[in-house]
Design a protein around this ligand. Sequence first.
Ligand SMILES: NC(=O)C1=CN([C@@H]2O[C@H](COP(=O)(O)OP(=O)(O)OC[C@H]3O[C@@H](n4cnc5c(N)ncnc54)[C@H](OP(=O)(O)O)[C@@H]3O)[C@@H](O)[C@H]2O)C=CC1
Ligand SMILES: N[C@@H](CC(=O)OP(=O)(O)O)C(=O)O
Length: 345
Amino acid sequence: MSVRVGILGATGAVGQRLVELLAPHPSFEIASVTASESSAGATYRDAAKWRTGSPIPDAVANVEVVPTEPSAVPDDVSLLFSALPSDVGARVEPAFCEAGYVVSSNASNERMADDVPLVIPELNADHLALLDVQRAERGWDGALVKNPNCSTITFVPTLAPLSEYGLERVHVATLQAVSGAGYDGVSSMEIVDNALPHIGGEAEKLETESRKLLGSFDGSAIDHHDVTVSASVNRIPTLDGHLENVWVETDDDVTPEAAAEAMAAYPGIDLHTAPDPFIEVLSEPDRPQPRLDRNRGDGMAVSVGGLESSATGGLQYNCLAHNTIRGAAGASVLNGELLVDRGYV
Ligand SMILES: NC(=O)C1=CN([C@@H]2O[C@H](COP(=O)(O)OP(=O)(O)OC[C@H]3O[C@@H](n4cnc5c(N)ncnc54)[C@H](OP(=O)(O)O)[C@@H]3O)[C@@H](O)[C@H]2O)C=CC1
Ligand SMILES: N[C@@H](CC(=O)OP(=O)(O)O)C(=O)O
């Protein structure tokens, strides 16, 4: 039987990706789409400037957009996907959880809260049990789960297979696509023939979210990993797909060949939206590339290439993921599938 789901912020860039992934989903049925007061009352077709490459799904096109408040969402909807701006998420997501809805959110508010699981299902599905602590502390029947920032999601999966060597220090430099800033986020005059070596707040997210994701859960709290992560972030004129250069120092030596083997063998998870393989290791020295590799695994795989020993010690390599699919909407859908699988919905 299908789970009836809703999408908060359904008309935006990430909301449209959610509609694209959820409309054909075998286990979910879109029963409610919300947006701001200015869109409420319009049909989804009229409210959303549909900008993904595929046609607007028939099942959603004529649905009425409702305001983003618990009383506007039907009671038989049990799972909500949130693609709201973070300031709006901070205001309304707790109200939905209090009203009994389970929320799988892409927005950055509360990602680092002690009682909010930050989850990439292939890496730390066990952290989801933090919801029992959250429900006890907040008195909610619902629950709030977050997926990480899109640049965090791109490089942290490549660290997990190396953790057996003892992660000590990581440097990461990002080359982020313009879609990460949203449709109106970066003007063409700023980005064409250019690169922007600053994205507000982004480096800190990579440095902190990574340690929470790689941390361990003891049944009551997450002990963040003690690896040091230093990030430098850049916006470049690609449309989709964040490319990242990574340098890793480990306690025990690891050869590029052993690292490639560990990454390629790192297990995926048996959920509908999960790719198989999870991490694709490419042997050509000039890969991965955003245009050529972002759609691997239907946009859900992480690609790695250029693995070699670094002149400063340790390893260096490049990795890539589709920022609005694996890095945003697909990540939330995968967390929704995990919530159902683990009995929280
Ligand atoms: N763009 C991307 O690639 C990525 C975005 N993110 C994050 O995902 C979230 C969504 O981003 P994006 O889709 O680009 O944002 P958009 O601005 O494109 O969409 C925002 C959505 O939220 C709705 N909304 C805005 N204000 C309110 C309000 N006051 N009350 C209720 N609903 C409101 C909008 O409705 P309306 O149409 O009516 O204005 C729209 O549906 C953000 O937190 C962003 O940081 C994360 C990773 C990647
Ligand atoms: N800042 C990211 C996208 C984003 O919105 O991130 P977050 O989900 O952490 O707010 C980018 O520019 O590519």
